[in-house]
Design a protein around this ligand. Structure first.
Ligand SMILES: [Zn+2]
Ligand SMILES: [Zn+2]
Length: 484
């Protein structure tokens, strides 16, 4: 074991809500797919699997995830582990997952080997940051090298030669970092954060928020709808007082958000369909939201239509968004899918979150590990769990069975390998899950074939169409409660 756990862990558990039918999220149905003449997305979404409540992503439960990343137009996501591995899932038609194929990967897959621009294999690259666009993915290594995969027709990835190579290979390859616009206008600035909406970009440097790109609906925050070809500081955050400067920025498709020096929430652009803040009356410059007055936040996220805020202190998550049809707000089973006003996500009350990232039709949360209430959340995909102990195959003495935190199967305390004397108060994984993870580690270190762990998981039983239909038989937390 490396450094011992502190009060402020740097890694967490990944939760997901919303659409998980990656090829279809946000798209109109094909003829004959829906038994109705009404084929709008709203109608359609009730025919496709989506997670109405936040689920723990099962394949990632035994990894220490330090970074979650998706984008307002992306139906794919990236997860980085504390040892610099990148895991991906989702839509992959343009090879945006960097796996060397264009097959859909519904569940997480580890990005195997990466390639240099000349096709040479590189290994032991440690990824420390990630950004996700509609059809591409950017990973940044600890040495500053930038890697990209996916569609390059808009020039998102740098230069033309590499773009050609990228399209041929669809693998994650090293790309030279060239961003002339940024270099010119922000040359002497230390940029700490860059975020992208549909056609606009924000950068944070010394608390000042710079914006450029498409200016429609006031998303750039300069009180006018003008497009900008180079970064321009937004007045609200450009003052000399640190308190009025920004500490964090986020971009949704047609809106932008920031936290100021007191961690207050600011919003501008078109963040609703109708009414104040909607297409008719977008917010042309940063404003605070009445409902969130007095709240202090540590993290914010903007999706296609969703807005998420993680409070600094209170163990809860606040989310809203008009026109959310894939349950990406995760309000819960049978609850409203869409909301014009900020609201707490009820099933997550009492849980401390660390970070959020919002995508097209789905939302990701990084949850502080070790919280008892985490065990109440369903895992995705939902599995059928054997009734017997997986070591001795006896279904007797169910109360002494320890449940695996990954696959939910039971093992008698006295059957655990290695043998445990008492119920551990940290995550515990069964012998079979532990072996599988170790095997994958060995396999992946010298082999870039497609035999990645999530290939196996993809063969698992169908994901839950409507939350978790089946809770595992015993509940380890009930043992804990008895002893309290
Ligand atoms: Zn047993
Ligand atoms: Zn297991």
């Amino acid at each position: 074991m490396a450094a011992s756990t502190t009060d402020q862990p740097t890694w967490g558990k990944v939760l997901i809500a919303g659409g998980v039918d990656w090829d279809m999220i946000g798209r109109k149905p094909k003829a004959g797919e829906v038994p109705s003449t009404n084929t709008d997305i709203e109608t359609l979404s009730s025919y496709r699997p989506h997670l109405e409540t936040f689920h723990i992503i099962r394949e990632l439960t035994d990894l220490k995830i330090v970074k979650i990343a998706t984008g307002p137009n992306a139906a794919h996501s990236v997860f980085l582990t504390d040892d610099g591995d990148a895991w991906v899932l989702g839509r992959n038609e343009k090879g945006q997952l960097g796996l060397g194929d264009t097959d859909p990967h519904p569940y997480p897959v580890k990005v195997p080997t990466i390639y240099t621009t000349v096709g040479k294999k590189t290994s032991n690259v440690k990824f420390v940051n990630a950004a996700v666009g509609r059809n591409h993915t950017i990973l940044i290594a600890d040495n500053g090298a930038v890697y990209g995969a996916g569609d390059n027709k808009m020039g998102q990835l740098g230069n033309k030669t590499n773009g050609q190579y990228l399209q041929q290979s669809n693998r994650l390859v090293h790309i030279p970092q060239t961003s002339p616009v940024l270099v010119a206008a922000l040359k002497d600035k230390v940029v700490t954060q860059v975020v992208c909406g549909t056609n606009h970009t924000l950068a944070l440097a010394d608390g000042i928020v710079y914006s450029w790109g498409f200016g429609g609906y006031g998303r750039l925050g300069h009180s006018k709808q003008e497009d900008l070809w180079s970064p321009m500081p937004i007045e609200q955050f450009a003052g000399s007082n640190k308190i009025t400067r920004a500490t964090k920025i986020a971009a949704g498709s047609s809106f932008s958000m920031a936290l100021d020096g007191q961690n207050q929430f600011w919003l501008w652009g078109k963040w609703k369909t109708t009414g104040d803040g909607g297409g008719g009356t977008p917010w042309m410059y940063p404003r605070t939201l009445y409902d969130l007055n007095g709240w202090s936040f540590k993290s914010i996220g903007g999706g296609n239509v969703t807005l998420f805020c993680i409070p600094s202190v209170e163990p809860c998550t606040i989310a809203w968004g008009q026109g959310a049809v894939h349950s990406e707000l995760g309000y819960g089973e049978g609850e409203a899918r869409s909301s014009t006003k900020p609201d707490k996500i009820r099933p997550l009350e009492g849980l401390t979150m660390m970070d959020v990232s919002c995508g097209l039709g789905h939302s990701l949360l990084l949850c502080k590990p070790g919280q008892e209430k985490l065990q109440d959340l369903p895992k995705w995909p939902v599995l059928d769990v054997e009734e017997h102990c997986i070591e001795c195959l006896s279904a007797e003495d169910e109360d002494s069975m320890l449940l695996c935190d990954k696959c939910d199967s039971g093992t008698h305390l006295q059957c655990t390998v290695p043998r445990l004397q008492e119920v551990p108060d940290v995550d515990w994984f069964c012998q079979s899950c532990t072996k599988a993870r170790e095997m994958n580690k060995t396999k992946q270190s010298g082999d870039d074939s497609s035999s990645s762990p999530a290939k196996a998981s993809a063969k698992r039983k169908a994901p839950a169409a409507k939350g978790s239909s089946k809770k595992s038989k015993a509940n380890r937390s009930s043992d804990d409660e008895d002893s309290e």
